[in-house]
Design a protein around this ligand. Structure first.
Ligand SMILES: [Zn+2]
Length: 67
């Protein structure tokens, strides 16, 4: 059986768009180009809320562990 749609990706390290940290860009990382599920969620939430309020000022703290 062959599984289409899942080509092997050469493993490399990219910059996570959400936290700016190192992210493994490989087929083993389902959240690529993000480093983890949390960053993926953060990024989605960021542009989603940005659609709602365009005049919001960027927070000085990019990552909040409280939530
Ligand atoms: Zn990240």
């Amino acid at each position: 059986m062959t599984q289409a749609g899942d080509p092997p990706i050469a493993e490399r390290v990219v910059t996570c768009p959400a936290c700016g940290g190192a992210s493994i860009y490989a087929s083993s990382n389902p959240f690529r180009p993000f480093c983890c599920a949390r960053c993926r969620q953060l990024d989605l939430g960021a542009w989603a809320s940005e659609r709602f309020k365009l005049n919001v000022e960027p927070s000085p703290t990019p990552v909040d562990d409280a939530q």
